[in-house]
Design a protein around this ligand. Structure first.
Ligand code: AMP
Ligand code: ZN
Length: 467
């Protein structure tokens, strides 16, 4: 069945046909490595993983690039505030390079724990400064940029059309424009492609404009062209990239070589927490490790992502994620039961399930719908190796590492009870001895909130397991 993908550029679901025969070229905007990536970021990378797996499942070869932003991303996407890397370096009393190394390693560790495939090419911004400088010079040479006392700005008024991806209206912005940080900017939407480094700035390079550093959007333009050519198949990111970062990448490519760099632009809707934005001030910016501390495995978070289509908002709650953990455990148990099953299943039944699954994933990665087929197979009363193999086939796209189900279940049984939980268990024992049933129930709920389930046994004892 033909793959269909939603393209933000045309606002339509389109038949996907690669530009270069059997090879699909993809560029994914990667993390800015100034702190730990959060579960919202990982929703986007889980989607990228599914996209890779979907294309491979359909027989395509991949050339996939992801960047690591380690310079030039200012606090606001629109050229305001400090460079995020330099700010983190000052705060942690380290060099920006040490910060980048530390958080990039942490990022890839989480990616591995989520069983997310690595792109073929990982490109760090700081290792591509000459490519970016070359790109900036082309933009300037073609008359699309101008110099101010602080930066080289892209002049959006020189473009035939801006914006092309988003609905933001340039005139509205001009009318309601805030006081701009740089009064030398000609239009409010003009953005810095190169920034002149203030005296105390650490990351800076020689350029025709003195010691300076690249603007954030430029790295993706320069590195995608370097590794994938001027026009490639798919560009991915979160929806926050639509109005500024990707709009500006398109502007830059048009300025340098007159083309929109990717054919299909795919964007993942936001992961919210408790129905609202994730933000440091609300204290709800969770990491994969923090989820693990609450008894939610990284792969259970991946499973949680499968409860909504990537183009819909997904609301994270701990209850929801704990349900996904339980569902994942059930799926593993079902797989193992099929694995030791003896029944033979008619090939036509296998083909029908496979057809349903492929129809769902090829329709703009409708994973929630594909999951309904997964569950039908998992729950089938006929226990059969044929179904176990079919689940493994589905897992080529889901990436839940089902083949190792037995190992995960064993590990869960082995999990040590943390001291904090052990203390609560002791308190609960005491409450039960005192016949203080209310307190006993309260402690049981508290233990549950921390990701463990206490069950009372008939002989008056207790068992504890991880949720
Ligand atoms: P950053 O490290 O800020 O450049 O973000 C890395 C990726 O995560 C980008 O593709 C963002 O669009 C995406 N992203 C950021 N916040 C969220 C969120 N709450 N939900 C989904 N994706 C997000
Ligand atoms: Zn980018």
């Amino acid at each position: 069945m033909q793959i269909k993908l939603y393209n933000t550029l045309t606002k339509k679901k389109e038949d996907f046909v690669p530009l270069n025969g059997n090879e699909v070229r993809i560029y994914s905007c990667g993390p800015t490595v100034y702190s730990y990536a959060h579960i919202g970021n990982f929703r986007t990378y889980v989607f990228v993983d599914n996209l890779r797996r979907l294309l491979k499942y359909n027989g395509y070869k991949l050339r996939h690039v992801m960047n690591i932003t380690d310079v030039g991303h200012l606090e606001s996407d629109a050229d305001e505030g400090e460079d995020k890397m330099e700010k983190a370096a000052k705060k942690e009393n380290k060099s920006p390079y040490e910060i980048a190394k530390f958080y990039a390693e942490a990022f890839f560790k989480d990616m591995d724990r989520l069983n997310i495939e690595r792109p073929e090419i990982i490109a760090k911004a700081t290792e591509h400064i000459p490519d970016m400088l070359e790109f900036a010079k082309e933009i300037v040479k073609n008359g699309y940029a101008y110099e101010t006392s602080t930066a080289i700005y892209f002049d959006v008024s020189k473009l035939d059309k801006y914006p092309v991806l988003s609905n933001r209206n340039v005139d509205d912005q001009i009318a309601g424009a805030r006081v701009d940080v740089d009064p030398e900017k000609k239009n409010p939407y003009d953005f810095a492609i190169w920034i002149k480094a203030p005296e105390n700035h650490i990351m800076k390079w020689d350029s025709p404009w003195g010691l300076s550093y690249p603007g954030w959007h430029l790295e993706c333009s320069a590195m995608s062209r370097k590794y994938l050519g001027e026009v490639f198949d798919i560009h991915t990111g979160g929806v926050d990239h639509i109005p500024t970062h990707h709009e500006n990448e398109i502007a830059q490519s048009k300025g340098a070589f007159g083309k929109i760099p990717a054919k299909t632009w795919m964007h993942v809707e936001f992961l919210q927490v408790n129905g609202g934005k994730m933000s440091k001030s609300l204290g709800n910016v969770y990491t994969i490790s923090q989820l693990q501390e609450k008894g939610i495995e990284p792969l259970a978070f991946k499973m949680f992502c499968y409860t909504a289509h990537y183009r819909n908002k997904l609301n994270f709650t701990f209850d929801g994620a704990l349900s996904s953990q339980k569902a994942l455990n059930r799926l593993r148990e079902s797989y193992l039961k099929h694995e030791s099953g003896t029944r033979n299943i008619d090939q036509s039944i296998i083909d029908e399930y496979k057809g349903q699954f492929v129809d769902a994933i090829n329709d703009d990665l409708n994973i929630p719908l594909a999951m309904s087929t997964v569950w039908e197979v998992a729950r089938n009363d006929c226990k059969s190796k044929d179904f176990a193999n079919l689940l493994l086939e589905f897992d080529k796209v889901l990436g839940l590492d089902l083949i190792n189900s037995g190992k995960y279940i064993e590990e869960q049984l082995k999990i040590e009870i943390p001291d904090e939980i052990q203390e609560l268990i002791e308190k609960r024992k005491k409450a039960r001895e005192d016949k203080n049933w209310n307190l006993s129930d309260e402690i049981r709920d508290e233990i549950k909130e921390k990701g463990f389930i206490v069950k009372d046994t008939k002989d008056g004892g207790m068992t504890v397991e991880k949720m």
